[in-house]
Design a protein around this ligand. Structure first.
Ligand code: F6R
Length: 248
């Protein structure tokens, strides 16, 4: 895996935003849509702030962008504080000129019986566009990408998953405790993530250093789903001093 280490997450986020902007503009010149795979959580917040700045101050247009988010808690109402729909609108989509019909976030309000069909359609929409051009990822303390927890197989599809205890503990600060934290989520599968033409995984801080080491230097194993990216032909880990501190 290619790793690029920046002195701070701020500088790193700007570099990632610049990469996205370059791709969007390249696609604009070719009169093509740009299909982005997007993540939530604390890691990409500065990236989205920088994309909003590029839109407002440097005329970066999102008219040719189609976005698919990785995941959403299940169940989840779109206007709930913890909803990833709300997160994406408040941090990015409401502040740029993306067409409202052009962003997609898994629906946390479905009836359980409808989820499997919904997931198939979600993937079919991505496939119909020729796949994801650029996938942004964070990484969980257990190596999850999206909500593909330890044990997720390389061919796993978009689906309803049970969240690991460690993932729920990390999320519980947003849910006023573990008791209120969802037990399940809908996530894009490993297969679709691996089919993205380009992948940028970002990780900040010492707390991520062990799992970054395992993902980059350890064996490729379902225990650490991010380690699958070692086999991706065009992926980069964008790190700061903290998250890269255990790399040899
Ligand atoms: C979020 C997602 C997760 C997070 C990961 C890291 O859409 O897919 O894999 O990227 O849990 O979360 P943070 O950034 O909050 O440390």
């Amino acid at each position: 895996i290619n790793t690029v280490i920046f002195e701070s997450s701020e500088v790193a986020s700007k570099a990632a935003a610049a990469e996205i902007a370059t791709l969007i503009k390249k696609k604009q010149k070719a009169n093509e849509m740009c299909v982005l795979g997007l993540a939530t959580g604390s890691t990409p917040k500065r990236l989205y702030a920088e994309l909003v700045r590029l839109h407002k101050e440097e005329n970066l247009s999102f008219k040719n962008v189609i976005a698919f988010n990785l995941d959403e808690y299940y169940p989840m109402e779109p206007d709930a504080i913890q909803s990833y729909v709300r997160f994406m609108k408040e941090l990015l989509f409401n502040h740029v000129d993306i067409e409202p019909g052009n962003y997609h976030i898994p629906d946390g309000t479905l009836e359980k019986k409808d989820i499997a069909d919904y997931c198939k359609e979600y993937e079919a929409k991505i496939d119909a566009l020729g796949g994801i051009d650029l996938q942004i990822l964070g990484i969980g303390g257990n190596g999850h990408i999206g909500f593909n927890e330890s044990g997720s197989l390389p061919n796993s599809k978009t689906r309803l998953v049970t969240l690991d205890h460690i993932t729920r503990v990390a999320a519980s600060k947003d849910f006023q405790g573990l008791y209120n934290t969802p037990k399940t989520a809908i996530t894009l599968g490993i297969k679709q993530i691996m089919q993205a033409k380009q992948v940028i995984l970002m990780a900040w801080g010492e707390g991520k250093s062990s799992i970054i080491k395992a993902s980059v230097e350890g064996p490729i194993t379902e225990q650490v789903p991010a380690s699958y990216l070692q086999e991706h032909p065009n992926s980069v880990f964008i790190l700061d001093n903290g998250s890269s501190s255990k790399l040899t």
